[in-house]
Design a protein around this ligand. Structure first.
Ligand SMILES: NC(=O)c1ccc[n+]([C@@H]2O[C@H](COP(=O)([O-])OP(=O)(O)OC[C@H]3O[C@@H](n4cnc5c(N)ncnc54)[C@H](OP(=O)(O)O)[C@@H]3O)[C@@H](O)[C@H]2O)c1
Length: 271
């Protein structure tokens, strides 16, 4: 299927590592010109070079999207290179608390607010800066990367789970605000995707269980004990990247306001 994406212009927030790199690569392979955003210039340039080496078109758009100045800088660099943005992927996110095992009793109110700003504030800043021109042009795509934990909180990282739930809500609200404009707004919730944080987590499991850095054994342990799935493997960044490419394409014109779980069938409920 030709996704009809050739020549479109995108910015992917948080694309100097992890899932964002997979999204940028999937879009670039479809002929999209991609702005790589993050705070690390070194890692950002590596991603730009990787995409160019594969024949794609990428530029660096540094900036901390959890701040107004950082969002301004990222948008300015993208507009200077491409002259406009057709596709915004709000992927940057994470949590400010002290680790993945925090509960409501560990996360300070200040950390909660910072987590909300990293996930929700960042998306709002980028939407406010880029959606008006998409609306004016009569075509655009805005995609939020949320998390399975948004709909099924585990009790850990409650600030992150709550922020991602707010992002799912913001997604549909923004879609309604942009109804009948040619700009669609959709969200994707990844399940467990093999990134640097998951690699570190697998190493911790391996050390505890006695098989060291054997990632396959940690993967099997997680699927059996922690996150049972219908598809028996951990996700890859390209699983998310390819789903984003489809939703970003003109072929997905009739899909608006959805929240798509790309999680190997890890969902425990129908909503
Ligand atoms: N991995 C998973 O299993 C998983 C599952 C569900 C949802 N998610 C979501 O998917 C997204 C990507 O996660 P990941 O696992 O790929 O994370 P990651 O490997 O930690 O990468 C995060 C990326 O975001 C950038 N970033 C972080 N804060 C930023 C900020 N304030 N401004 C600009 N860039 C920022 C980082 O780059 P710099 O350090 O250069 O700034 C990096 O490029 C996140 O929203 C996460 O919540 C991940």
């Amino acid at each position: 299927m030709d996704l009809q994406l050739k020549g479109k212009r995108a910015i992917v927030t948080g694309s100097t590592a992890g899932i964002g790199v997979g999204i940028a690569q999937s879009l670039a392979r479809e002929g999209v010109r991609v702005a790589i955003n993050g705070r690390s210039e070194r890692r950002g340039l590596e991603v730009v070079e990787q995409i160019r080496a594969e024949g794609g078109d990428a530029v660096l758009a540094l900036g901390n999207v959890a701040t107004d100045e950082g969002a301004d800088a990222a948008v300015a660099a993208t507009l200077a290179a491409f002259g406009g943005v057709d596709i915004l992927v709000n992927n940057a996110g994470g949590f400010a608390g002290s680790g993945s095992m925090t509960t409501v009793f560990d996360v300070t109110p200040d950390e909660w607010m910072r987590t909300i700003d990293m996930n929700v504030g960042a998306a709002i800043r980028m939407i406010q800066r880029l959606a008006p021109a998409m609306k004016e042009a009569g075509w655009g795509r805005i995609i939020q990367i949320t998390s399975g934990i948004a709909m099924t909180p585990s009790g850990n990282t409650p600030d992150y789970a709550g922020a991602k739930a707010a992002l799912v809500n913001l997604n549909l609200g923004t879609a309604k605000s942009l109804a009948n404009t040619g700009v669609t707004v959709n969200a994707i919730s990844p399940g467990t995707i093999f990134t640097r944080s998951v690699r570190a987590w697998f190493k911790t499991i391996g050390a505890r269980e006695g098989w060291g850095d054997d990632m396959a054994k940690s993967e099997a342990w997680v699927l059996e004990n922690q996150f049972p799935q219908m598809v028996p493997r951990i996700g890859r960044v390209e699983d998310i990247g390819d789903a984003v490419a489809y939703l970003a394409s003109p072929r997905a014109d009739f899909i608006d306001g959805v929240h798509l779980r790309v999680d190997g069938g890890a969902s425990q409920s129908i909503s």
